[in-house]
Design a protein around this ligand. Structure first.
Ligand SMILES: O=C(O)C1=C[C@@H](OP(=O)(O)O)[C@@H](O)[C@H](O)C1
Ligand SMILES: C=C(OP(=O)(O)O)C(=O)O
Length: 744
């Protein structure tokens, strides 16, 4: 029979649903609600359910499997997975050639195998599916149209699946309220064994064990909320779950073995009163649970979609006032975890940046067996494992958006006895890693990168490193720190020469942990083989975050802002030097030294800025602050010229081009050069739509630009502001920027 023409709004004319239970019934209700399907007919082994389905208005009619499948352009199998085979045999003679055939079972390998056996292959319109939604209730009477709202549906198309069929089925599920993900069949079954099947098994088993205890009535009577939450799923349909375990046997057995081993480890720890192991496992699990949704983007239901899109909407004008402290320094926060973890004894950190970049570092050390308590209001307590105490992580270490984490880890991991793999998000995956991999290889490390020296980095363990002298071709604190960290493990001396001064937090903190760093002009050296001793670290407020407010208060009329406890390490103060050269009114007071780092309070008032030729020696000292300095230059009188800053092109985005594009979008013309930019100040910032390319510093810079705009500015892709500056929007609003963050 030829395919009937499908109307624009209608994706399927006639849907046959085989199995009218909770999932099948809910899918039909949701599909009808969406208006994307025509008539719906059902077949089910229970005549009562079918009659009820018609009575409740869920279906339009019913019949035998062959009757309902005839003429249907979508056939959905929604029976317990072990009944699938029989259903397929029965529907085969009546299935229309153009019909899309799908299912809703929890295991996908078994469905594909059954289709292959019965049809002699999987046609292009067979698309296995699995809605991740359910309830412990059964039957069509429990069906509801909202069951899939905000839930995920996994489709597992095969290599020769018909694109149009896939799009229509995807459209239908989206119309049912679900987010559709695709993955391959085997991966689906592995992921579900771990995240769904194992928890159900544990719930069934635990309730059964307790029900068998002599005092079961007493136990259940006193069962607290935790027990109820934990065992809710033990009320699920036994037949359905019996089927799932038998059809996903191998994947389930693998994950049960893994879990049993870990449970045995906990048992041993309790038996031997090994509190350290208990604390380590529990705090790692608690942290993983707290960062669950974030972690999902790196694992489990793999997709970038789990991260919500955030955009900024900024109304023009405003002035900046207040007395604030911005979050902790990102560079120092990363290093506090790294050195604290490798030290002997406990390290207490205050002022830790609870941003995604430094949290990625923290999580990675937990994954390597380090017990870390917190962060709790910036307080972190690290139970150091000693220089040789790291354990092999179970999988790749996911470092999100953080270049610092990836480059410093590369040095540290090159010297470990175990293999490791470092991965990151799309932005990090584009950044050059050859700059660390090459000198590490010269020290004896074995590191594989993707094409062009990009992540992921696959690092071979068990290599003995030898110290080298390295002349860095670019001024990079990340490369320097990477090599010094590798040097802690290398034979002899590792020394790094920098072409211009770069941030020296690694050297200062190593010294604070009692590790001698030799400094000779532009060369820093360490000799491998010594140890680190844990202590206290007070992380100052991040001058790179303060920079947004330094520029904001400078360019907005009527501003007067105090910034507290700002890190004033001379390798970081380029932004203040440059702004002062431009005529900014910044007073530095209360200067003090805390834990080896200079700190001060700053007062900044509005000023008439003038354009300057930025001295090249200031570039490494203000490397992360240029996006917002471009905004200052736009608001200054006269021309600002930046040279010698090609490094900006390999940050989270190409910060020269992306800023120039963003400025053009708000009415400001600039001239881009290979290593910098020329900005003629005094142009009107008209407002407009800016693409931040997911770069936190670009997004925040245009928030600052709104203070001098004449119209609304919208900035897209701003979720990554959380990598370095959690709470930016609230603080910006509090100090006088008219900013709204919109999700979705
Ligand atoms: O060592 C560090 O903590 C950092 C060094 C700089 O990178 P480069 O070393 O690539 O210049 C900087 O841009 C980054 O935000 C943090
Ligand atoms: C370049 C930056 O960070 P990273 O290199 O750590 O991603 C930054 O924060 O501006």
């Amino acid at each position: 029979m030829p395919a009937e023409p499908v109307s624009r709004s209608m994706l399927f004319q006639r849907v046959a649903i085989i199995g009218l239970g909770l999932i099948g019934g809910s899918m039909v209700l949701a599909a009808k609600r969406s208006g994307l399907v025509g008539s719906v007919v059902a077949a089910d082994s229970s005549p009562d359910e079918l009659a009820l389905g018609v009575e409740l208005g869920v279906i339009d009619g019913y019949g035998s499997i062959s009757e309902v499948v005839k003429g249907a352009d979508l056939v959905v199998i929604a029976v317990p997975v072990r009944a699938t085979r029989v259903v397929l045999e029965q529907l085969r003679p009546s299935l229309e050639e153009h019909a899309v055939l799908t299912d809703v079972g929890s295991t996908k390998g078994s469905f594909v195998a059954a289709v292959r056996d019965i049809f002699g292959g999987c046609g292009p319109r067979v698309i296995p599916g699995h809605p991740i939604a359910g309830s412990e209730k059964n039957g069509v009477s429990a069906a509801k149209a909202t069951l899939f709202d905000d839930h995920k549906v996994i489709l597992t198309p095969l290599p020769d699946t018909d694109e149009d069929a896939l799009q229509r089925l995807t459209g239908l599920w989206e119309g049912c309220g679900a987010t559709v993900l695709t993955m391959d069949v085997a991966r689906h079954d592995e992921v579900l064994a771990a995240t769904s099947h194992l928890p159900h098994l544990i719930a069934f088993s635990l309730v059964d064990t307790l029900a068998g205890e002599d005092q079961n009535m007493e136990i259940f009577r006193y069962a607290a909320g935790g027990f109820r939450d934990f065992t809710r799923i033990a009320a699920s349909d036994p037949v359905m779950w019996h089927d799932i375990f038998l059809t996903n046997r191998e994947a389930v057995l693998r994950v049960i073995d893994h879990f049993t081993e870990d449970l045995e480890q906990l048992r041993r720890a309790i038996d031997t009163e090994d509190g350290a192991t208990l604390l380590r496992v529990f705090s790692r699990a608690r942290a993983a649970r707290n960062h669950f949704s974030k972690m999902l983007s790196g694992q489990a239901y793999v997709t970038d979609m789990s991260q919500k899109a955030v955009s900024f909407r900024l109304q023009p004008g405003g002035s900046i006032t207040g007395d604030i402290r911005v979050p902790g320094d990102k560079s120092i926060s990363h290093r506090s975890i790294m050195l604290g973890a490798l030290a002997d004894g406990v390290t207490e950190v205050d002022g830790f940046l609870e941003g995604e970049d430094s949290l990625a570092t923290l999580q990675a050390f937990r994954d390597m067996g380090v017990t870390i308590e917190g962060p709790d209001n910036g307080h972190v307590r690290i139970h150091g494992v000693g220089i040789d105490g790291l354990q092999a992580p179970r999988g790749p270490l996911y470092l999100g958006n953080s270049g610092t984490a990836m480059r410093l880890f590369a040095g540290l991991l090159a010297a470990q006895p175990f293999d490791s793999e470092l991965t990151g998000d799309a932005s990090l995956s584009r950044r050059p890693m050859g700059r660390v991999a090459d000198p590490l290889r010269a020290m004896g490390a074995v590191i594989d990168t993707a094409e062009g020296g990009r992540p992921p980095l696959k690092i071979r363990g068990g290599r003995k490193l030898s110290g080298i002298h390295y002349d860095m071709p670019v001024a990079s604190a990340q490369v320097k720190s990477c090599l010094l960290l590798a040097g802690l493990y290398a034979d002899g001396m590792t020394s790094v020469h920098e072409p211009a001064p770069t941030r020296d937090h690694t050297e200062r903190m190593l010294a604070g942990f009692g590790y001698h760093v030799h400094r000779d002009g532009a060369t820093a050296s360490v000799v491998g083989g010594a140890r680190l001793t844990g202590g206290r670290i007070d992380v100052p407020a991040d001058i790179s975050s303060a920079a947004f407010y330094l520029v904001a208060a400078s360019i907005a009329e009527g501003s007067d802002l105090t910034l507290r406890h700002v890190g004033m390490n001379p390798t970081r103060t380029g932004v203040i030097n440059i702004l002062k050269m431009m005529g900014a009114d910044i007073t530095v007071f209360n200067q003090r030294e805390i834990g080896g780092e200079p700190v001060a309070d700053l007062q900044v008032r509005s000023a008439v800025l003038r354009g300057i030729d930025i001295p090249e020696d200031q570039v490494p000292l203000a490397i992360d602050e240029f996006p917002v300095l471009f905004v200052a230059a736009t608001c200054a009188r006269g021309r600002t010229i930046l040279r010698g800053a090609e490094e900006l092109r390999v940050k989270e985005s190409d910060r020269i081009q992306v800023m120039a594009d963003g400025l053009r979008a708000v009415g400001v013309e600039t001239t881009v050069t290979p290593d910098g930019i020329v900005i003629d100040g005094g142009q009107t910032i008209t407002g407009g739509d800016v693409d931040s390319h997911g770069d936190h510093r670009i997004a925040m810079s245009f928030a600052v630009a709104s203070l001098r705009a004449t119209g609304e500015i919208r900035v897209n892709d701003c979720a990554n502001v959380a990598t370095s500056f959690p709470g930016f929007v609230e603080l910006a609003r509090q100090t006088g920027i008219f900013i709204e963050a919109e999700e979705g």
